[in-house]
Write a protein that binds this ligand. Structure first.
Ligand code: H2U
Length: 354
């Protein structure tokens, strides 16, 4: 019997943040592939579309006119999943039929007045304006709500309905499932080891186990987490202990803009397509939870891209994933190698396109 090798032999890996496991099957990478590999035609997006309500000067569904903004622009979603007002209710008497009222607000944030620009094609100072607005919204909505979820769905394949560069912010009176689990696991780790889990994790990744590290600058590290599930899933983390977006220094925000431009360029270069993903920020909870000890929290951004083999072949989380647990063929280390080797100059700029 050959000795165990994570790049050759099937195994399960533990995600300490989510307290769950992923099945890794590297031997399946050797199977023949007869599926599509070609690159689709990219739809050209006009800089300004008089019918797109996210463009400056265009009328939204509710009749309001989007102002002639020149940087970022935030408005309340006309079709929000969470409303600020509603009757209070709580019923936990029957363990099978628990229910509680939920309140919140949903915002849409445009990154730039031009529809044909994505984050990697923006200048570092334009990206810095996006970061500053993220910090402002998080601080503002965090005064009232326990959780502020900033997220970007990029690409139609991720259900994004509008090509204009934008993200959404949903703030809620309750802690959603994903951060609630991470609050527990990080607290338990902190109590046991006296250091925040993700501070410890980053320290070990950059000092001892560099095979999953993709990019680093003075303040940030971009890596494929050991427990990644999606083929090219990554995390972006500060090097020092930073519980939330509002704890970032001016220099860290500038360094964040710089590393975001590079990492998003590498993502686009992988299949020479505007790389679809869902991304978002997780950090210390807010609202009524801001006064508790949140030192166990470490700020991090998560990137979940669905693409697997090419611009057209995506991974489906179905079958075994829905019924048993997540599974991947490409190892985290193989994905890291591919991403690391890509140029950090955008393919569209290489070919002279704007
Ligand atoms: P997505 O493409 O990520 O779904 O974001 C677009 C959001 O913009 C979507 O949630 C909102 C939609 O409800 N929207 C408005 O609030 N008003 C409009 O006039 C158009 C789109």
């Amino acid at each position: 019997m050959a000795s165990f090798d994570t790049q050759e032999h099937q195994h399960i890996r533990y995600n300490p943040l989510k307290a769950d496991w992923v099945l890794v099957s590297p031997h399946r990478m050797k199977r023949p592939w007869k599926g599509q590999v070609e690159k689709p035609e990219e739809n050209s997006i006009p800089r300004f579309d008089p019918n797109n309500p996210l463009c400056p000067g265009v009328t939204r569904s509710n009749g309001q006119i989007t102002p002639n903004y020149e940087s970022t622009y935030v408005f309340t979603n006309d079709f929000p999943a969470l409303l600020e007002e509603g009757p209070d209710y709580e019923s936990h008497d029957n363990p099978l039929f628990r229910c509680a009222s939920a309140k919140g607000t949903c915002k849409v944030m445009c990154f730039h007045p031009h529809s044909d620009l994505t984050l990697p094609l923006m200048t570092p100072s334009e990206i810095r304006a996006v970061i500053d607005m993220w910090v402002e919204i998080y601080a503002d909505l965090g005064k009232k709500y326990d959780w502020v979820q900033i997220f970007e769905n990029r690409g139609a394949v991720m259900g994004c309905s509008n090509p204009h560069p934008h993200c959404q912010v949903w703030a809620s009176s309750f802690m959603p499932n994903e951060p609630a689990i991470k609050d527990r696991t990080q607290r338990e780790y902190y109590q046991k080891h006296k250091v925040p889990m993700l501070v410890d994790y980053v320290k070990q990744e950059i000092s001892k186990r560099t095979e999953r590290v993709l990019l680093e600058n003075e303040s940030w590290v971009w890596l494929v987490p050991y427990w990644a599930v999606w083929p090219y899933e990554t995390m972006l983390l500060p090097k020092r202990h930073v519980p939330s977006l509002t704890d970032l220094t001016d220099a860290e925000k500038t360094a964040l803009a710089d590393i975001m431009k590079k990492l998003l360029t590498k993502y686009d270069n992988l299949f020479e397509v505007s790389f679809p993903y869902s991304m978002g920020w997780h950090g210390a909870p807010t609202g009524s939870k801001a006064s508790q000890d949140n030192n166990h929290w470490q700020l991090h951004a998560l990137y979940f891209p669905p693409l697997l083999r090419s611009a057209t072949v995506k991974k489906f989380m179905v079958g075994y994933e829905m019924l048993a647990q997540a599974q991947r063929d490409l190892t985290a280390e193989q994905a890291a190698q591919k991403l690391r080797d890509l140029p950090d100059f955008h393919y569209k700029l290489q070919s002279g396109e704007k």
